[in-house]
Design a protein around this ligand. Structure first.
Ligand SMILES: Nc1ncnc2c1ncn2[C@@H]1O[C@H](COP(=O)(O)OP(=O)(O)OP(=O)(O)O)[C@@H](O)[C@H]1O
Ligand SMILES: [Mg+2]
Length: 253
């Protein structure tokens, strides 16, 4: 069973095809990585999957349901959650509130009940706070549970993004460069965290430049180049593919 199917998807920006007739499928419960040089179209794929962009052509199916062109809210309710390449943390808020924001997508509370402070909302808030605290523990952030986001080091903020994305209780989690800017120790912690998340049954789509991390965690890897599929397969297949070595690993080395 596939968590995700991308069928002939393109995305044009003006005359430029950032994603060009791309097809791939992600099996439920797997860790599926998307790699490729800068500007290859990785973030554009994530933005297409999360409903920020609408495909210029092609279709996307999530958990067997056609979702192309659906709003980000609808996709979130279907079980999709993501992190951002550039941190999207509210720096003027405390850490736990940032995590709680991620849980609000689950509530169908609407504006009026919130305005009236109905008991149901207050109860939800207490539950969200409790769950956010547990997620901060899960992501190794217990020491920051009373911290302001602005006081946290960069590596902890990267994990706070993941904690927030998990507060939505996703079935499908999109991670856009979770290890960018991290040192070796922090990257290894992120690797362990991604594996723990996948072990809970969440399907993970990972965009990442760190090859060691990608080769260690991925069930399958998609290599993008100029918005097109250059190669796709298990880590050992992709690693030894001459086209990949030339276009990507060669260029990086
Ligand atoms: N909103 C946009 N408007 C116009 N062009 C865009 C837009 N977003 C992306 N592009 C272009 O699409 C191409 C793919 O960009 P994208 O950000 O998806 O690459 P990427 O693989 O994520 O790169 P990186 O590794 O640097 O994050 C690039 O040429 C980029 O300039
Ligand atoms: Mg990107």
């Amino acid at each position: 069973m596939n968590a995700l199917e991308v069928i002939g998807v393109s995305k044009q920006f003006g005359g430029v095809a950032a994603v060009d007739d791309l097809s791939f499928a992600v099996r439920r419960g797997s860790i599926y990585s998307i790699i490729g040089p800068n500007g290859a179209g990785k973030t554009t794929v994530i933005n297409l999957l999360s409903g920020i962009y609408r495909p210029s052509a092609g279709s996307i199916r999530m958990m067997g349901e056609a979702v192309s062109g659906q709003s980000t809210d609808k996709l979130a309710r279907l079980g999709l959650s993501r992190t951002f390449q550039n941190l999207q943390i509210c720096m003027n808020m405390d850490a736990i509130s940032n995590v709680m924001i991620g849980g609000h997508v689950r509530l169908d509370s609407g504006f009026l009940p919130a305005l009236l402070h109905l008991p149901r909302i207050r109860r939800h808030d207490a539950e969200l706070r409790e769950e956010a605290r547990a997620l901060m523990a899960f992501t190794g952030l217990s020491q920051y549970h009373a911290a302001q986001a602005s006081q946290m080091p960069y590596g902890a903020l990267k994990r706070l993004e993941i904690a927030r994305s998990l507060a939505a209780r996703p079935k499908l989690l999109l991670l856009d460069e979770p290890a960018a800017g991290l040192n070796h120790v922090e990257t290894d912690e992120i690797r362990a965290l991604i594996e723990q998340i996948a072990a809970t049954g969440v399907t993970v789509v990972l965009v990442e430049h760190d090859m060691k991390l990608v080769m260690q965690v991925s069930t399958r890897i998609l290599v993008l180049d100029y918005g097109r599929k250059l190669a796709e397969g298990r880590p050992e297949e992709v690693r030894s593919d001459p086209r990949v070595l030339t276009a990507y690993l060669g260029a990086a080395a």
